[in-house]
Write a protein that binds this ligand. Structure first.
Ligand SMILES: [Fe+2]
Length: 436
């Protein structure tokens, strides 16, 4: 009897999972209409001299014939001059997509750009003079002042939610014109194992990605690292989606929580030894100290066990994450996972929020950003309440984006809520400063 029940349960589980996968696959199958699609722009080292490009084609027409064309522009040039003699042509490496056999993935990178320079670019086939729409980016000028946008968990389940995400991310970008790039801490995609879902993501926000460098983090929904690399190419040194880049006076270290963390942390030690950047920021998917429903799971506890001493000992300033879809900001945390002292703390009541300034904090501050998308979670543990200086009291269904500004010895962090369902305004939800 017991055996029969077990067999029935196994069949039921297979049928349920099978039906789910089939419906997801059907929902996300896609016939591309553009010649060149899923065009992405990310870092391949220093923000002042590098960029990595990736895009796809369907069918054999453009196999081994593609390139990225860059046009270095003057600050005042509003339109590109493709074809002029200072253009740069990067030949792409081409590989067949492992999941969709008719797709070809084209990628290229350069580490030889000029700092502080605006570049127009497009991707395509020079031989046939067929090209994508053009995008634009500006390389870091290398001084000690810059801003970036921090978003997380864009994952959207279907057109309705992609439409909302598209509006939210456009709002975040238009409200932070000073931001020079976007850090997205994982779960860009709901069904990361389906290329069709990646296709849909790009269809909704391709122009945003074309015109903004995205430093992306691998989330648990992107556990298939192959699809992550196929859509956001990086010349990776480790097998995981783990990399580092310098921007201004800051070293960014991106960790892949799906992979071997000790190996990545060891690699990062070498990266830090070779860097003289004043600020250090870790971007990863899991939030070790969040009040959300993942913080007491084994994987998050392991990340917390490894990252806490690493980040404190190596004078990391901020650890930026998502995964729990709920906002929290910790106090500075020492290598034992307890409250670290700051040399001074100044708290100022502002109109609707509290501004906190930490002078020379004794450890990194950990942020779990609420999503910029549409999935919001409840508060479900009080494990780290004693370490959280600002946190959502429960499920708040208002998307958040954060803008970080670094200027010399001062870092400012502002989390904005986008009240899309009511006033359509943005409002400061949290603000703090670190002075070194
Ligand atoms: Fe996640």
């Amino acid at each position: 009897m017991k055996k029969k029940i077990c067999v029935l349960l196994i069949i039921f589980a297979f049928v349920t999972v099978g039906a789910f996968l089939l419906s997801a696959c059907n929902n996300y199958s896609y016939e591309p209409v553009e010649d060149f699609f899923n065009i992405s722009l990310t870092f391949a080292g220093s923000g002042s001299t590098s960029r990595a490009f990736s895009f796809m084609t369907n069918g054999t027409d453009y196999e081994n014939k593609c390139a990225v064309q860059l046009d270095p522009a003057g600050e005042k040039d509003a339109e590109p001059k493709f074809g002029s003699k200072d253009n740069i042509l990067l030949e792409t490496a081409t590989r067949q997509h492992t999941h969709i056999k008719t797709y070809y993935v084209h990628s290229a990178y350069t580490t030889e750009l000029t700092p502080g320079t605006k570049y127009f670019y497009r991707v395509g086939c020079p031989e046939e003079d067929k090209w994508s729409p053009w995008g634009v980016f500006t390389t870091d000028d290398g001084d000690d002042s810059f801003s970036f946008l921090f978003v997380t968990d864009m994952q959207s389940d279907g057109d309705k939610y992609y439409q909302i995400l598209s509006e939210n991310i456009r709002k975040a970008i238009s409200e932070s014109p000073q931001a020079e790039f976007v850090l997205s801490t994982g779960d860009q995609i709901e069904y990361g194992f389906l290329q069709g879902d990646w296709d849909k993501f790009f269809r909704y926000i391709q122009d945003v990605i074309l015109n903004n460098t995205f430093a992306v983090v691998n989330g648990n929904h992107e556990i298939s690292t192959y699809l992550m690399e196929a859509n956001f190419y990086l010349p990776l040194e480790l097998e995981r989606y783990c990399y580092a880049f310098e921007y201004g006076n800051c070293l960014f270290m991106v960790l892949d929580n799906n992979g071997d963390m000790p190996e990545q942390l060891e690699w990062m030690e070498g990266v830090m030894a070779a860097s003289s950047a004043k600020w250090r920021i870790i971007g990863m998917h899991m939030s070790p100290y969040s009040p959300g429903n993942h913080a007491d799971q084994l994987a998050s506890l392991e990340v917390k066990r490894l990252v806490t001493p690493f980040a404190a000992r190596h004078s990391v300033d901020l650890v930026l994450s998502g995964h729990d879809h709920i906002y929290s900001r910790t106090c500075p945390i020492d290598e034992n996972g307890t409250r670290a002292q700051s040399e001074d703390i100044v708290i100022t009541e502002m109109d609707g929020y509290t501004a906190t300034t930490h002078v020379k904090p004794g450890g990194p501050i950990y942020i779990s950003n609420r999503t910029i998308g549409t999935k919001f979670y409840n508060k479900s543990n009080s494990l780290y309440d004693h370490l959280i200086d600002k946190g959502d009291p429960g499920k708040i269904q208002i998307p958040i984006f954060s803008v970080i500004n670094i200027e010399g010895n001062k870092l400012t962090f502002t989390a904005y809520e986008y009240h899309r369902d009511t006033t359509k305004d943005i409002k400061i939800y949290d603000y703090f400063e670190i002075i070194k």
